[in-house]
Structure formats: C-alpha cells, structure tokens
Design a protein around this ligand. Sequence first.
Ligand code: ADP
Ligand code: TRP
Length: 349
Amino acid sequence: MTTQTHQSTPVILTGLRANNDLHIGNYLGALMPLVEMATVKSSEYQINIFVPDLHSFTTPIDHSKLQAQVTNNLRLYVAAGLPLNNSNLHIYRQSYIPAHSELTWILDCFTGFGEMNRMTQFKDKSSKLGDDRISVGLFNYPVLMAADILLYGATYVPVGDDQTQHLEFARDIAARMNNQFGELFIVPKPVKEQHAFFGKEQGLRIRDLVEPAKKMSKSDETGKGVIFMNDSPEAARKKIMSATTDSLGVVAFDLQNQPGVSNLLSLLALFANRPLDEVIAEYQGQTQYGPLKTAVADAVVAFLTTFQEALANVDNAQILAKLADSEAAMRDQADVTLLRVQRAVGLRG
Ligand code: ADP
Ligand code: TRP
C-alpha cells in the first residue's frame, strides 16, 4: 500500500445533511448549486458527496426512520440532476467506511477540550437541549467532520456559513499534526479561497412569502410563506398568489423597500431560467402585482410538476449500486490515509 500524501486528482468534498423538509430556498441555494458544481468540476476534480449518517444522532432522532431518510435524501439529489453515472463522482455513506470512526478517535486525542468548547454551533445546539441530552457526540462532532475531510485529502469543501468554524478546525488540526509528524494531511484551502472558488459572493437568499423581511426557512411555524418541494403544485400556486407585497403599487426591484415584489422577480428569473435583468425590464413600472404573481405561480407549478415526476421515477436500485461502488473505492482511499496516520502515531510499524 502506498503512503503518498497527494492524490493525483484534487478532491472537492461535501456532506449532505439528511433533511427531508426541503423547500425551494434549499433547492435554489444549496441543491442546484451542488449538482451544477459536481457536474461542471468533475472533469478536473474528484467529487466526493457523502451522507454523514454518523452525524445524524448527535442530537436525538427517531432511529427507526434513519435508513429511509438517507435514501429519501439521495433521491432528492438524483431528481435534481446529480449524475450517478459519472465516474469522478463518488456518493457514499460515512458509516460504511470505518476509517471515519477510527481517524476520529485518533484526532480526538490531539484536540483540545477548549477548542471544541469554542464552537458556536455546539453552544447554539446544546443550549436548546437539557443537560442530560447534550451528548459527547454533539460536542466532538467537528472532529468527525475533520476526519471526513482529511481522509480524502480534500482541498475544497463547500459548506454553509454555519460550518466555516468547523472547516477552520479541520485546517488547524491538519496543520498541527503535520507539524508534529510530517506531511500526513493535505490542508484544505482557507475559507476565503473556498468562497472565491465556489463564487460564494452571489449568496442567494430566497425570502419568506408572508414575511419577506425574513429568509424562507423550514423553521417557519406556519409554513404559509414556505414552498416545500413536496407541496402540491396547486398549494404552491395559492401560497404565491397570496404572497405579501407592499402598498407602493408599482413593480420595482428594490430589496430594501419592496422585498416581497423583489423576491417574486427573483423567483421568476430562477424558475423560468431567464436573466433577472430581463424579468425586471418586463415587469418594472406595472401598477398591478397580479400578473407578476401569476407568472411566478406558473413557473413554480411547472417546476414542481417536473421535479415531482422525476422524483417518483428515481430508481432506488441504481442509487444502491452507486453507493456500493463508491464505498468500495473510497474505503481504499481512506485506508491509505488512515494507515499513514496509524504509523505516525505509533499504532503500526
Ligand atoms: P433552513 O433555514 O430551511 O433550516 P438550512 O439552514 O438547513 O435551511 O440550510 C440548508 C442549505 O440551504 C444551506 O446551504 C442554505 O444556505 C440553503 N438555504 C436555506 N434557506 C435558503 C434560502 N431561503 N435561500 C437560499 N438558500 C437557502
Ligand atoms: N456538518 C455538516 C452540516 O451539518 C455536514 C458535514 C459532515 C460535512 N461532514 C462534513 C460537510 C464534511 C462538509 C465536509 O451541514
């Protein structure tokens, strides 16, 4: 077995949190960009997209639903266009590659308690749980995340803002261990370079339809301002037709003063696949909001109808075959890194 640090093809890696209440904000802001990135970059990069199933119960869950959630989640990505037949794209479940757990333990022993204690996501999440429900797993899950990244020598790791502190930690521990033991790990690029690489400055934010000052989010209590990917097209149409606008009475793209109307213009551009400027030019100055709402509703209905059909036709057997293939290949790659670390820390001769 080789112990070289540098794989020939650079790696882009990300974990897909199981999330079954996806809405069109998630689709436009996360799913689509990921599918596009995987498709475009796979000619030059190895793309690892994995399901962090070991992360799923850092907070309490219904364990009997986990298997179905993992499958459903992958079905959504495949329906959104993730190409299963692309050999540079690897899709796998974390728990099927034991090196993730093994490297985590080793990294744990090189991680400071204070370092983990500073993680803002831990503070946020643990403050919502009772003391006896805060698990050690929730506390040290950034270490597992570092193992996820470092095992494959990933240079680029697309994540949301809530994960950048964890990514910084992965960089820190990689550099620290390289310092102590020699070149064990490829250190992922700094967050700023990652943003430049993925074009993060475009930072799309779809607004809630009822309260357009807020972003559309699954944690909205009523769900009236949120269009879920499994809403019936007719329910989606109703939500759009009753979207909050304003009393100015003239269509303009002005996020500050007309966030509701601006959001509708953005949605139309995105779902009708037209440049925003062109959509603005068409509706700007109109004194009724009805025609804009109807156009948005038509575009969203067409999109949801097509997406839901594609989702119904996704073949689970094809997904399982891809997982088995990728898991075999990735097990080999991960084991190379793990052995290098085991040797460095004295576990292997
Ligand atoms: P939610 O707010 O619904 O809980 P998450 O925080 O789970 O969404 O976000 C999952 C992904 O979806 C993130 O990458 C995030 O940037 C993206 N996302 C969430 N809401 C929106 C939105 N309203 N507009 C664009 N992207 C969004
Ligand atoms: N923690 C990430 C999230 O909650 C998911 C994740 C786990 C991940 N391991 C990762 C993302 C490694 C990128 C790289 O969204």
